[in-house]
Design a protein. Structure first.
Length: 402
């Protein structure tokens, strides 16, 4: 077990790799006296065993599986690595509990200065991002760090000058590969809840993930009657708000909407919610309209389309009367304000034949569109409000279910 507080950077002075694995000889100073044959040491976040000691160096061995799953396979003589000896029970826990069991590798996407510090953005897999939370902990090359930003396929950390000096972060550049270890406590909690609660665990965990302050039984993103959805439309760097007020949510959906210059209503019949294959996007918000259609969708995927995308990875639609094919290109999370609190929701990213990107809330009961992006246009969901209700402006009486 480690703490993620790097003691020093060591230098790879020799690497001998065969089909059986790779032997690394690493030169160090500060941690050298603490090491003995058979001791564990974290090398760039990978827990390895000391097999030999020299005058100013030690030797470790990495099996082929370790070389495949970490960045050690790319290391070469002259490279620096972060070093931390195994923690003692009496040690001060300055970082967080780190096992040295790497979950996967990430890639440096960008490095941006912010005051005296630098913000690193790392692309990561969905399996790692699944355990990431804002202000939560993550191990990057064995360094205990706090997550300062999250996106659908990335996370960000802020590196202070001291961390730059005592770790190998000072040498990282865009495109470099790093070792990632998600917070072990998050893994334990998920595993225990799944074991105890069985099939209900995923629903309950999603509720806790979205609402933090307690479990939301039912676990869906709240879009009940009287929910308010705030979208933003961006064209040529000009951003305008679009407000959707949900007057009824299932068996069919009835909403009213307003933008800076227009307003209107949308009525999606139960058939459209279940089977709809025609999708209306931009034109719906260009002018005030009242849409009543048994098969035209907007903002939500139909349940049949969602099923096709989840099971087959693709679906056919008509977008503004033109036939298109859609295919799933990834999954991840999406930042959202829910009742004035920053949350993340699981999403599915879809691309159509025109290379337009769609992002949907990954839930069969409520596959809400949270983002639609083209080269010239973007619409994205900013917030969902259920805590207060300003009242419907134009709908005096909700139509009956037909």
């Amino acid at each position: 077990m480690f703490t993620g507080i790097v003691r020093e950077t060591g230098e790879v002075v020799n690497k001998d790799q065969t089909e059986a694995g790779a032997t690394f000889k690493i030169r160090c100073r500060e941690v050298f006296s603490d090491l003995g044959i058979g001791h564990s040491i974290s090398v760039d976040g990978v827990c390895l065993t000391v097999t030999q000691k020299g005058e100013d160096s030690f030797t470790v061995f990495a099996v082929p599986e370790t070389l495949r799953l970490t960045n050690l396979g790319r290391k070469k003589p002259g490279d620096l690595v972060n070093l931390e000896p195994a923690a003692r029970l009496t040690d001060f826990l300055g970082g967080h509990l780190v096992q040295g069991h790497v979950d996967g590798t990430g890639e440096v996407v960008s490095i941006c200065p912010e005051g005296d510090s630098r913000v690193f953005r790392f692309k990561a897999s969905a399996s790692v991002l699944h355990y990431c939370t804002m202000k939560g902990s993550i191990g990057v090359n064995g360094v205990s760090l706090t997550i300062s930003g999250l996106g659908p396929d990335y996370f960000e950390v802020t590196i202070i000058p001291h961390t730059d000096e005592v770790t190998d972060f000072g040498q990282l550049k865009p495109g470099d590969q790093v070792n990632l270890e998600a917070d072990v406590i998050s893994k334990y909690v998920e595993s225990h809840v799944k074991r105890v609660l069985g099939g209900a665990a995923s629903v309950l965990l999603l509720g806790a993930f979205l609402f933090g302050g307690g479990l939301l039984f039912g676990g869906t993103l709240p879009v009940p009657t009287k929910a308010v959805l705030l979208y933003y439309s961006t064209v040529a760097n000009k951003e305008t708000p679009i407000i959707l007020r949900v007057a009824r949510f299932k068996p069919d959906i009835f909403v009213e909407w307003e933008s800076v210059s227009h307003q209107g209503t949308i009525h999606l019949y139960q058939d459209a919610v279940q089977e709809g294959r025609k999708f209306v996007t931009e034109s719906l918000f260009d002018a005030g309209v009242d849409v009543e259609s048994p098969d035209a969708m907007t903002t939500w995927l139909s349940q049949s389309m969602y099923k096709d995308l989840k099971q087959n990875g693709q679906a056919k639609i008509e977008l503004n009367r033109l036939p298109l094919k859609m295919k799933v290109v990834g999954t991840g999370t999406f930042d959202l304000m829910v009742d004035k609190q920053a949350r993340q929701i699981p999403v599915m990213t879809v691309e159509d034949e025109r290379k337009n990107t769609w992002v949907f809330y990954d839930d069969a009961e409520n596959p809400l569109m949270v983002e639609y992006k083209t080269p010239r246009y973007r619409k994205y969901l900013k917030s969902v409000s259920t805590a207060s209700w300003p009242g419907l402006k134009w709908i005096k009486q909700i139509p009956p279910v037909k």
